[in-house]
Design a binder for this molecule. Structure first.
Ligand code: DSN
Length: 497
């Protein structure tokens, strides 16, 4: 297979398309080792091009971010942090990590940034343990007049372990939109902490601050955690700070979903957690449009505990991802990103309005951020059926629990959709209205089938074939106007794969 050679021969005399050349060279190098892997990369690009990406937590990062990720930096070990590594030869990684740190600090206006976590779940573990070490371990060590854990007696060490394992955390219930790393029993966080939850109000679907205050005073947790992956309303972080202070809790915010909206200035004043929280975690690939990864932002009070994630909870960082984070954070400081963040919110708002007009049941009736959640129960469907029917019609999204969901976390009664990726492609109000209409049409023409026992199935369904065909055409017509990475021509690879 001579992919690169063929491409160069085919394009002789034409103006150089650096992006296509880079992609072709990468595919060529991979295909020489394993054509099946190369084929899957090209197919994934085709898939993401021919289906509407409506997953609220996904996006398309820039090709510059992608190039920064795919290179030899992956070969370097750099356990520790800049200037304090467990390995020699970290000069370039030190510089890259410092660049990402400085960019993050400028972008979010925070005192300290730790850019090593590989994911949001990692970032949360780093934050949890930093809080435990600062608030529980450090005072005990001070009392014992010790600085070295290795010098503790077995009894002293057991005492620290017991105290650290017996702390309370109060987070948002998974069914109200919270994240599984916030104390869900199937996640390690619920084994680390004595975990408690708050819910949204049954009447409004929103957080009720009076109820939250009551719950906080009842539990009096070490960590008061605000964050969600399926909640569509702004939170007043000034009020959250005040509530945390009333009970002496550490205020931790997981802004993984809305970090890009904070960075781009679409969430300001009390909706921006940075000035109010002690410690903030995030992913870098959702609304922020960076590489897949995580990050912790905090006050100086927690800096040394966060930086010592290795050896405590992390191994080696990913230097190639930190390089890509530096690029992405710089991109996010541009005026274009500000417009982008505003457009994400505007698109979500318009999508919500159009879905309501289409007769669908939207949680809280709309949105303040980048996502919209549909309750499909009134259509007689589960989230799983709705998710699959829409995917058949060229729309990729995920099913989600709704508050107090009767169908549980596997089948669910909801659909979560978001606008970050569609906004990256340049779509606006007209497309949101069209997409809402396609979705409503598909969902209203999908019916659950019966199981062999005669019960209504939670998994299987029948979708009208004519509707399906027409919907795919409508979706493709939108996508044709907003191509993903137009610099890259995947048709060129058809003769190889
Ligand atoms: N997977 C991310 C999301 O979709 O919200 C976080 O778990």
């Amino acid at each position: 297979m001579e992919i690169l050679k063929d491409y160069l021969a085919e394009t002789q005399g034409q103006e150089l398309n650096a992006e296509m050349l880079t992609f072709t060279a990468n595919i060529d190098a991979v295909a020489k080792k394993n054509p099946q892997v190369a084929k899957k990369i090209v197919k994934e690009l085709d898939d993401q091009r021919s289906n509407l990406k409506l997953i609220a937590s996904e996006n398309f990062c820039s090709l510059a971010v992608q190039s920064a990720m795919g290179n030899l930096l992956t070969d370097k070990y750099a356990e520790g942090y800049p200037g304090n590594r467990f390995y020699a030869g970290c000069d370039n990684v030190d510089d890259l990590e410092n660049m990402a740190i400085e960019e993050a600090k400028k972008l979010f206006g925070c005192e300290h940034a730790f850019v090593q976590p590989h994911s949001g779940a990692d970032a949360n573990l780093v934050a949890f343990w930093a809080i435990l070490r600062k608030k529980i371990q450090a005072p005990i060590m001070e009392k014992l007049k010790q600085t070295n854990l290795l010098a503790l007696s077995k009894e002293e060490w057991d005492y620290i372990r017991m105290q650290m394992g017996n702390q309370k955390m109060l987070g948002m219930d998974l069914f109200s939109g919270g994240h599984l790393t916030h104390g869900y029993r199937y996640n390690a966080s619920a084994q680390m902490f004595d975990s408690y939850f708050y819910n949204v109000s049954k009447e409004t679907g929103r957080l009720d601050y009076d109820e939250l205050r009551k719950r906080l005073h009842e539990i009096r947790p070490l960590i008061f955690l605000i964050g969600f992956s399926a909640y569509t309303r702004n939170v007043d972080f000034a009020v959250m700070r005040q509530l945390a202070d009333e009970v002496g809790a550490v205020l931790m915010v997981d802004m993984a979903h809305f970090a890009g909206l904070v960075a781009g200035g679409a969430m300001t004043d009390n909706a921006n957690p940075i000035p109010f929280a002690d410690i903030v975690t995030t992913t870098t690939h959702k609304t922020l449009r960076g590489p897949r990864g995580g990050m912790v932002l905090c006050t100086m009070e927690y800096a040394e505990y966060v930086d010592k994630a290795c050896p405590h909870i992390m191994g080696g960082p990913l230097p190639h991802i930190m390089a890509a984070k530096a690029i992405a954070f710089e991109e996010a400081r541009s005026p274009e990103f500000k417009t982008y963040a505003e457009n994400i919110v505007e698109n979500a708002r318009n999508l919500g309005i159009a879905l309501v007009e289409g007769g669908l049941d939207i949680l809280t009736g709309g949105t303040d951020n980048h996502m919209v959640i549909i309750n499909v129960e009134s259509l007689g469907l589960t989230g799983r059926q709705a998710e699959n029917a829409l995917r058949e019609c060229g729309m990729t999204l995920n099913r989600n629990t709704v508050p107090f969901d009767k169908n549980g976390p596997w089948y669910t009664s909801g659909l979560r959709l978001g606008t970050p990726a569609m906004t990256t492609l340049g779509m606006g109000k007209a497309e949101m209205v069209e997409i809402a209409d396609i979705m409503a049409t598909v969902l209203k023409n999908t019916r659950p089938t019966k199981t062999k026992k005669g019960d209504i199935s939670k998994a299987n369904y029948k979708l009208d074939e004519n509707i399906k065909e027409a919907s795919i055409k409508r979706v493709r017509a939108i996508l044709d106007r907003f191509p993903l990475y137009p610099e890259i021509d995947t048709d060129f690879f058809k003769k190889y794969f």
